[in-house]
Design a binder for this molecule. Structure first.
Ligand code: UTP
Length: 463
């Protein structure tokens, strides 16, 4: 049957202009455009046109989160951390944990022409971000004595090349049955002035991934929450694709989350300065939430505590543990509990006459959900402050801060720290890399590298 566009709906929403090349399209192209249009929720879009519906909070009331846990200073706290590590290991060994990686972003700031997860970060091996995480998972699975399932979220743009990359690399030693790829949803881009849907091609809407917050509905749609339920997986360790220092499945974090009965936990690092462009975890009126740096009033960002530290300093590094039951509860209302945020972006599209338009300034609205908007809904939200040097060096920008260069320096510095802590020495200014299958932390290095060992050149510690 020939494809037929939803003309009534388009008319009702003043969007008939998307059919302006209809007569030029062959049957296949028409079917593609109809499929794109059928995926659009026009009522939702009309509502979003009414403006950003994300909840506005009074950021001037922001205080440090009540659930903030910092490095233990007392015996009692040290004891809790030790118990937490054991609990985390037991959760892994009991098959209670799955890992969610969000890798659907477009990575526009890095300007790399492939999914960001394929970006090389190994100082000597050139291992990709995906490889670094996969090997950590493999190492954790070996220790746990059972595999930890990995749920890798891709998007329309990153899906095929990501799957191909994993296949090319033999899933980095993981059992392919343990790696579940699933695609997030998309949202159409609209002209910022008129609200018109934009065309990427004569037969395709301009769309973009629906934000990392799309992960919750995408997990459900892909049947992965049911899989968790069937397999007895109770907790999901969540991380992003851009931080090679992320401690995947950190038993301490998993264990504290469980011991403190948290539904959604967040790792944070102390912000370096009031100006650092990082969202912060705060309490406002007793509710734990994340406030974006741009929404934090200057005086709050600069306020210091008695110790002279920034008061509101819990910088979100987007590493979380979710209770599966919490995710299910959030989704009961159709996922509507996570609002869409509107961003003004440059979106290339076709002009009136089919000519390609490459805007130089933001011309369109994109709609994204943020995963951290789940936080205010969580009971006992644990916030764990960790050492940035040990766990956070993202690859975001092509140059400058949070770039491949700064991440490489941080990764080498951390490897050096671990080697020096083991009582070994290594010359300055040489590349150093520790394969996750060799060691996952400083304690592992200390077990394997004899104190007094001297390395005299580049160091690559592998299995
Ligand atoms: P960022 O916010 O850094 O966005 O994503 P990005 O798309 O990777 O990069 P820019 O802003 O275009 O330069 C943080 C994490 O969330 C994932 C990304 O893949 C990254 O792991 N993400 C982001 C998604 O999975 N889907 C999205 O729609 C957006």
């Amino acid at each position: 049957m020939p494809a037929s566009p939803p003309r009534e709906t388009l008319r009702a929403h003043g969007q008939e202009q998307v059919l302006r090349f209809w007569d030029e399209l062959d049957e296949e192209a028409r079917a593609a455009l109809v499929a794109d249009l059928e995926a659009v929720d026009f009522d939702q879009l009309a509502e979003l046109r009414g403006g950003d519906r994300s909840e506005k909070v009074d950021a001037s009331k922001a205080v440090p989160p009540a659930g903030l846990v910092t490095t233990p200073r007392t015996d009692e706290q040290r004891d809790e951390w030790a118990r937490a590590r054991t609990t985390g290991e037991e959760l892994l060994a009991g098959g209670k944990v799955g890992v969610v990686l969000v890798a659907g972003g477009q990575g526009t700031r890095l300007g790399y022409d492939a999914p960001k997860g394929t970006f090389p970060v190994g100082p000597l091996s050139g291992a990709s971000l995906y490889e670094v995480f996969a090997k950590q998972l493999l190492a954790r699975s070996r220790r746990a004595g059972r595999s930890v399932p990995w749920f890798v979220m891709t998007s329309h743009a990153t899906h095929a090349p990501t799957v191909a990359f994993f296949e090319e690399h033999g899933h980095f030693g993981l059992d392919p049955a343990d790696v579940h790829f699933f695609q997030q949803g998309t949202m159409p881009a609209c002209d910022a002035e008129t609200g018109d849907l934009l065309l990427a091609e004569k037969h395709r809407l301009a769309t973009s991934p629906d934000g990392h917050g799309g992960v919750l509905t995408a997990l459900e749609r892909a049947g992965l929450l049911s899989l968790c339920r069937d397999r007895g997986i109770e907790r999901l360790f969540y991380h992003q694709v851009d931080n090679p220092l992320c401690r995947v499945c950190d038993p301490l974090f998993l264990g504290l989350h469980a011991l403190r009965d948290s539904e959604l936990s967040t790792k944070v690092v102390p912000k370096r300065s009031p100006e650092e462009k990082m969202g912060v975890v705060v309490d406002v009126d007793g509710v734990t939430r994340i406030i974006e740096y741009s929404d934090l009033p200057d005086d709050v960002a600069r306020r210091t505590n008695e110790a002279g530290e920034l008061d509101v300093r819990a910088g979100n590094i987007a590493v979380h543990v979710f209770d599966v039951a919490f995710v299910e509860r959030l989704l009961e209302g159709g996922g509507a509990s996570l609002p869409f945020h509107v961003a003004n972006k440059k979106v290339p599209h076709l002009g009136e006459s089919g000519n390609p338009v490459e805007p130089e300034t933001p011309n369109a609205h994109k709609y994204e959900r943020f995963v951290f908007d789940a936080l205010p809904h969580a009971r006992n939200a644990l916030v764990l402050e960790i050492d940035r040097r040990d766990e956070f060096a993202p690859v975001k920008n092509a140059l400058g801060s949070d770039s491949p260069a700064t991440s490489l320096v941080a990764s080498t510095a951390r490897s050096r720290d671990w080697i020096v802590a083991a009582g070994a020495s290594v010359p300055d200014n040489v590349p150093i890399e520790i394969d996750p299958l060799f060691a996952l932390d400083a304690d592992d290095v200390a077990e394997k590298v004899a104190s007094g060992t001297t390395f005299d050149g580049p160091v690559l510690l592998t299995e």
